[in-house]
Design a protein around this ligand. Structure first.
Ligand SMILES: Nc1ncnc2c1ncn2[C@@H]1O[C@H](COP(=O)(O)OP(=O)(O)O)[C@@H](O)[C@H]1O
Ligand SMILES: [Mg+2]
Length: 227
């Protein structure tokens, strides 16, 4: 289980605002193997989401090199990257990003719009994912009929249904109270124990403590690593 999934070297990300260059990531190197549960911790504005978006192929670095599961992301076209995202990556966000007029089942089914899997297989995958997060009895509910913790569990099921190689979670407990945060983190831990590979971004050391390893980012640079 020492196969690398993320191999990012000297990642630089600058934003250009008129004539000023704003450096956001300054030579970040990150390596992660399959089966790892890694936390990226840092204060607000330190560059965590920018780094996660690059790892998740939602954004490209200004310079540097990045291999995702052996694929050179910088040499891939936008079409190739969106295919990688929809097949291999499961995203979980602070704000859940569920569609309010769709049921739980329909929300979890959405990522399959870009797949060529048949409806029977999709239905089986959705049911398995909803069972994994313990919400089988809410499958026909709409998001407004769920608690915050339940909504986040649905968004985790949506990420799981495609059977991703890597789960990327950006402040997944940011909108939850402490009890629900704990439940969500125990769920991530269980998914990791079942073989899942997870990157979690958080500003909260308590949340980061559920991961196996942690890197700390400050002002766009990795300043510490702990196992
Ligand atoms: N599109 C953008 N244009 C200019 N600056 C940006 C943009 N996105 C993020 N930034 C800046 O980059 C820095 C890091 O942002 P971000 O990665 O969102 O931090 P974090 O997730 O750690 O709070 C912040 O100072 C932010 O203002
Ligand atoms: Mg952020």
């Amino acid at each position: 289980m020492n196969t690398p999934i993320v191999e990012a070297s000297e990642i630089v990300k600058n934003y250009q605002k008129e004539t000023t260059t704003i450096p956001v990531l300054r030579s970040v190197c990150l390596r992660m193997v399959k089966g790892e549960f890694l936390a990226i911790m840092g204060a607000s504005g330190s560059g965590k989401s920018t780094l996660l978006n690059i790892i998740g192929c939602l954004d490209r670095p200004t310079t540097g090199s990045y291999l995702l599961d052996g694929v050179d992301v910088l040499k891939s076209s936008d079409d190739q990257l969106s295919r990688m995202r929809s097949r291999y990556l499961g995203f979980v966000f602070q704000t859940f990003n569920l569609i309010s007029n769709l049921t739980v089942f329909e929300n979890i089914e959405l990522p399959f719009l870009y797949h060529t899997i048949n409806q029977k297989e999709i239905s089986e995958r959705v049911h398995t994912a909803i069972e994994q997060v313990g919400l089988s009895d809410r499958i026909n509910h709409r998001p407004a009929e769920l608690s915050g913790g339940e909504m986040q569990r649905v968004s985790i099921a949506r990420a799981l249904a495609i059977q991703p190689k890597l789960i990327l979670a950006d402040e997944p407990t940011g909108n939850l109270d402490s009890l629900n945060s704990r439940e969500i983190m125990l769920l991530f831990k269980r998914l990791h124990n079942q073989g899942g590979t997870i990157i979690l971004v958080t500003h909260d050391p308590q949340v980061a403590s559920y991961a196996d390893s942690c890197v700390t980012i400050s002002d766009g640079q990795i300043i510490g690593e702990s196992l």
